[in-house]
Design a protein around this ligand. Structure first.
Ligand code: MG
Length: 343
């Protein structure tokens, strides 16, 4: 088992190891004895892992299961969880356990951050994407209307337990989506990770490397006011792709296309070279990810007007300077329209 220690407003460990899903109860009770727990999961993940996770506790914990999918990442689902906690008389010293992918982690973290003005929670990511990205760093939230993560909080977990064997149950498309975020880390600051992906690799090592990168970036800018925004490589374009396509692309697929758009924008602005872009494209293609889309660029630009990275009439983009180094680039919406035409 590997341990990555995170130091920020709350200090916590990320544990990574095969088979940990059957040891959640043991690990959690060792660190947090005397607490009551409620496992939150969607019905897909619950069918695979809820009984196994619950069985790892000497006393069966409470659980709440919601319907899967981005459409259920809503305040209504949070309310459903909060009402159950109140009904079961959960107190401030009790804890939630997010068992699932990114949506489950975001919803559970948000519920934990507001129940009784904040209770602790644990992340047990069951997707590669959640393990390398969303389970670490404390961003929680839900969508509002068509706006992604419009309501939420910064609320760090107290522990992350990551079992790469659990990711093996993922459909290939889900696993690839997680790989888009892995390639993102390589493109931001770790070209060696990119090289590693070209050869045989151990998923635990990859998860460990990615969360260590994220840990370092989050530690220096927990609330996303500066350098943390670098983690959004491909995401400003990606969120627009998700929205305009009506979520027909997964988050990772949209980020893959968005990352290539960011590289092409970097070329257009004279920051990087076509060789950098091809490196990103070939890695993403290796994992079966899309690298372009025919969506209407004007509709994408409209979607980007609501992006959280926007302030005043300007938006901050993450633009590569080469494969393995990126910078924040502020531009106007008008100039962005110009940049996007022909990308
Ligand atoms: Mg992401």
């Amino acid at each position: 088992m590997k341990t990555v220690r995170v130091s920020c407003s709350r200090n916590y460990d990320i544990l990574i190891g095969n088979g940990l899903i059957d040891r959640v109860g043991e690990i959690v009770l060792e660190r947090f004895p005397q607490k009551r727990f409620c496992i939150v999961s969607d019905s897909n993940v619950a069918a695979l892992y809820l009984d196994r996770t619950a069985a790892s506790f000497p006393q069966t914990p409470e659980s709440v299961v919601f319907q899967p999918g981005e459409a259920n990442k809503t305040i209504d689902t949070v309310r459903f969880i909060l009402e159950l906690l109140a009904e079961k008389h959960f107190t401030r010293s009790d804890m939630l356990i997010a068992l699932g992918g990114g949506i489950t982690g975001d919803i559970t973290g948000f519920a934990a951050s507001v129940y009784l003005r904040g209770i602790e929670f644990i992340q047990v990511p069951t997707t590669l994407l959640a393990a390398v990205d969303s389970s670490v760093g404390g961003k929680t939230g839900v969508n509002l209307g068509g706006l992604k993560n419009q309501v939420g909080s910064f609320w760090q977990p107290s522990l992350v337990i990551s079992d790469p064997e659990a990711f093996s149950s993922l459909p290939a498309r889900e696993f690839s989506s997680g790989m888009a975020e892995v390639v993102k880390y390589a493109a931001i600051c770790d070209p060696e990770l990119g090289d590693k992906l070209l050869h045989e690799y151990d998923v635990s090592d990859i998860v460990c490397r990615c969360v260590s990168i994220k840990r370092d970036i989050v530690a220096s800018d927990e609330r996303d006011a500066g350098v943390r925004q670098i983690l959004n490589l491909g995401h400003t374009f990606g969120h627009a792709i998700e929205k305009v396509s009506g979520n027909s692309y997964t988050h990772g697929e949209a980020v893959a296309i968005g990352t290539v758009m960011a590289f092409r924008a970097g070329e257009k602005l004279g920051f990087c070279k076509s060789g950098d872009t091809s490196k990103a494209v070939s890695l993403l293609e290796r994992f079966g990810l899309p690298t372009s889309c025919g969506l209407d660029r004007r509709l994408m630009l409209d979607a980007m007007q609501n992006d959280k990275k926007r302030s005043g009439g300007e938006i901050t983009l993450v633009i590569p300077e080469k494969f393995g180094r990126c910078k924040l680039y502020r531009t106007t919406i008008d100039a962005l329209g110009e940049i996007m035409s022909g990308l």
